[in-house]
Design a protein around this ligand. Structure first.
Ligand code: SAH
Ligand code: SF4
Ligand code: F3S
Length: 477
């Protein structure tokens, strides 16, 4: 975790440097691939697509970059320190490359897209730079490097969704998997680099999404998370030939229902919801299906309407509160989490207080909290001065983190004395005498192993105690 990033639980944007675990091998050429991912769940999901493409091209995989022929790092640009982390990691690859000059080092993902060929000048050990929409070109690009050239493909696409690629599940527990349902983002929040690194928003064919969920369920998976930067704007219309009747458009609520219909035994989660777009139809669909988890990640960013306007979030404080009220009305037991940015351009002390009072209003189950980090090329970088001193940003961040700590504890305490349905994910981090898994609201639950049950099964757990991040109890089935 970096000094300016604080979460009350592990956040995917803070997941760092997870290497892939194990890959089935295709028609092997004996060349070894190592891939490491940073950033959000979308990036981890993309690494599974990259692995699939390369395994189909004869690669085997390794967990040790020192023995790899191809070393890929799938990068994130969301905050400056995310990029710094990647640069530091690249330094560590230098000695491996010195020992094995034939080793191909590639930078994938958002930083590749942001810096393009500049990367090759800045980091001499890098041979190949590939943006998020160009992964099908990887075998060809590696071929160019083998022939002694450097290779770059950072073309963004309006169509690419990798819908036909069957991702190789990396680091999988065999129980939970991510499914990308869309790519890119059209929102242009002024602080955010994602629209520049990921391109225009496009939705993936729902047939391929439902099929992927069905295939995962058939393979023993019990939980899928549908991924997109703004899942509520999912919209897919099947293309039709001239003269044919147009197919109806499928929206996110309808997609959610289709995935939930795969099996009542398959839990369905999704991320991220945008407050401007989340509809009552989605909320009613969640309420209707027992297997759609009652948990919504609804990033607020700021509790003040003027700051929200500068951020170009296109909702205000009142709108956000009304959406929270709607969630509480339609799904009373729903968990809600958020993202907060402190010290955005021109944010006053009073405006910061409004973020704190918004937190009091919602009492989030979890939050991912960040000090504002100016990103080159964004609307905010062009229009506004990054004028809040670093120490003020950090102090405000600490206040937000401390408040969230109280609220996480408050929410956790509400589960004490209640029975929770938990999907067993495996042994707890601390001990193989304990199982762990999450309840519907995404809170981690730890309980003693019971021989009658195993990973991938649902159990009912009576919660007896808690910390702000974990519920503890025992199985009552
Ligand atoms: N699509 C999601 C967010 C993706 S980025 C959404 O709209 O909610 C994840 C989080 O990183 C954002 O919600 C925001 O809180 C944070 N973030 C993005 N850009 C940032 C920046 N320049 N400085 C600090 N935090 C940032
Ligand atoms: Fe970034 Fe806003 Fe798009 Fe989220 S919705 S990815 S914050 S531009
Ligand atoms: Fe980072 Fe790109 Fe995701 S910037 S947060 S990896 S979309």
């Amino acid at each position: 975790m970096l000094e300016l990033e604080h979460t009350t639980k592990t956040h995917d944007e803070s997941r760092q440097g997870e290497a892939l675990d194990m890959l089935p091998t295709g028609k092997s050429t004996g060349r070894k691939l190592y891939i490491e991912s940073y950033g959000c769940q979308m990036n981890f999901s993309d690494s599974e697509i990259v692995a699939s493409i390369l395994v189909d091209n004869g690669f085997e995989t390794t967990k040790d970059y020192k023995e790899a022929d191809v070393v890929f790092i799938n990068t994130c640009s969301i905050r400056e320190n995310a990029e710094q982390r990647v640069r530091n990691r690249l330094k560590e690859f230098e000695s491996a490359k010195a020992k094995n000059p034939g080793m191909v080092v590639g930078v994938l993902g958002c930083m590749a897209e942001r810096l393009k060929s500049k990367f090759l000048e800045e980091e001499k050990l890098v041979d190949v730079v590939v943006g998020p929409d160009a992964y099908r070109d990887l075998p060809n690009l590696i071929g160019k490097v083998d022939d002694g050239a450097k290779a770059v493909n950072v073309l963004l696409s309006r169509e690419e969704t990798y819908a036909d690629i069957n991702p190789v599940r990396l680091n999988s527990n065999g129980i939970s998997a991510f499914i990308s349902i869309m790519r890119g983002c059209d929102n242009m929040c002024s602080f955010c680099v994602v629209p520049f690194t990921r391109g225009r928003e496009r939705s993936r064919d729902f047939h391929s999404i439902v099929k992927e969920a069905q295939d995962l369920f058939n393979a023993g998976y019990k939980e899928v998370t549908l991924l997109g930067q703004n899942v509520d704007s999912y919209k897919y219309t099947a293309p039709v030939a001239e003269g044919e009747t147009p197919q109806p458009t499928v929206n996110f609520a309808q997609l959610l229902a289709m995935v939930a219909e795969v099996s009542p035994e398959l839990r369905v989660r999704f991320s991220t919801s945008h407050p401007k777009d989340i509809t009552d139809e989605v909320l009613h669909t969640m309420a209707r299906y027992e297997n759609i988890c009652k948990y919504i990640h609804l990033p607020v960013q700021s509790g003040n309407s003027r700051v929200l306007e500068l951020m170009n979030r296109t909702y205000d404080r009142e709108w956000y509160m009304e959406r929270v009220d709607a969630i509480r009305r339609i799904i009373p037991e729903c968990g809600i989490s958020t993202d907060v940015i402190t010290g955005f351009c021109t944010e006053t002390e009073e405006e910061h207080q409004e973020t704190l009072s918004m937190m009091d209003y919602v009492k989030y189950d979890f939050a991912y909290m960040f000090a504002y980090s100016e990103r080159p090329g964004t609307l905010a970088a062009k229009r506004y001065e990054d004028d809040i001193p670093e120490d003020v940003k950090k102090r405000r961040l600490t206040e937000v983190v401390n408040k969230q700590q109280e609220h996480s504890l408050y929410r956790a305490q509400n589960f004490v004395g209640k029975v929770q349905k938990v999907l067993i994910e495996g042994f707890s981090k601390r001990s193989d005498q304990d199982f762990c898994g999450r309840n519907d609201q995404n809170t981690m639950v730890v309980f003693p192993v019971d021989e009658r049950f195993k990973r991938g099964q649902y159990v009912h757990v009576m919660v007896e105690r808690c910390t702000s991040a974990t519920l503890m109890g025992k199985i009552v089935d």
